[in-house]
Design a protein around this ligand. Structure first.
Ligand code: FES
Length: 228
């Protein structure tokens, strides 16, 4: 049986940045040239979300007022990107990518592991608010697919077993290693290096090669003639 919260959502009627965040908001807006302050919309929405845990309509209205733009301009941004949570999420926000690269490399198994461990389906939050499970379209780490993001951290090169182990550890309050779960470095080829295998230091030449003989200068009947 799914242990998820019902969908009812009550929008708060009020939002205000904390004193600390109000200062941060001012500093963010000041980064943009005069007349371009509306470009601060994304970091301001992120700041509001980090304060409240999700992005309410009241928060978007406050951002619109700060940037002197119609509220619809802010709603358009807030509702477009999945990075903004338009309803409260659990302590762990588990986002599993099911886009093409991840799908081809085993995303369905990651989805299965997440559903097995969390006991919820996509779009649901656990009744104990420990976790929310979301389906997302590309987390920008396609080279290390399949990938899931939990809060601000990415877990890459997942299988059913590693995804399960990561989520079980997180639910226990542990901090599993982030990044590749197979130990590959960055986005190097998953089966090891195939080119440029030597490390930089291995390229030092053992012997100085003999200088190549200078090519004989081409001669022509005109060569050597002095210009009158
Ligand atoms: S397709 Fe999954 S991270 Fe890009």
């Amino acid at each position: 049986m799914s242990e998820h919260l019902p969908d009812a959502l009550v929008q708060p009627t009020h939002f205000a940045f904390s004193d600390d965040n109000a200062e941060k908001a001012k500093a963010i807006i000041a980064k943009y040239p005069a007349g371009r302050q509306r470009s601060a919309v994304m970091p301001l929405l992120d700041l509001a979300q980090r304060q409240e845990g999700w992005l309410s309509r009241a928060a978007m209205d406050v951002v619109a007022e700060m940037l002197d733009v119609p509220p619809i301009k802010v709603y358009e941004v807030g509702t477009f990107y999945t990075m903004y949570n338009l309803k409260p999420v659990g302590k762990l926000h588990v986002q599993v990518c099911t886009n093409i690269s991840c799908w081809l490399r085993g995303a369905p198994e990651v989805v299965r592991a997440a559903q097995d461990v969390l006991g919820i389906a996509f779009g649901e939050t656990r009744r104990d608010s420990a976790a929310t499970l979301s389906e997302v379209e590309c987390l920008g780490a396609c080279a290390n697919a399949p990938v899931m993001q939990v809060n601000d951290d990415l877990y890459e090169d997942l299988t059913y077993d590693t995804a399960k182990a990561v989520l079980e550890a997180l639910l226990k309050g542990e901090k599993p290693a982030i990044g590749s779960q197979t130990g590959r470095r960055g986005a190097c080829p998953c089966k090891g290096a195939t080119t440029l295998k030597d490390k930089a230091g291995d390229h030092v030449l053992k012997e100085t090669p003999k200088a190549a003989p200078k090519a004989a200068a081409k001669t022509s009947p005109e060569a050597g003639k002095e210009t009158p």
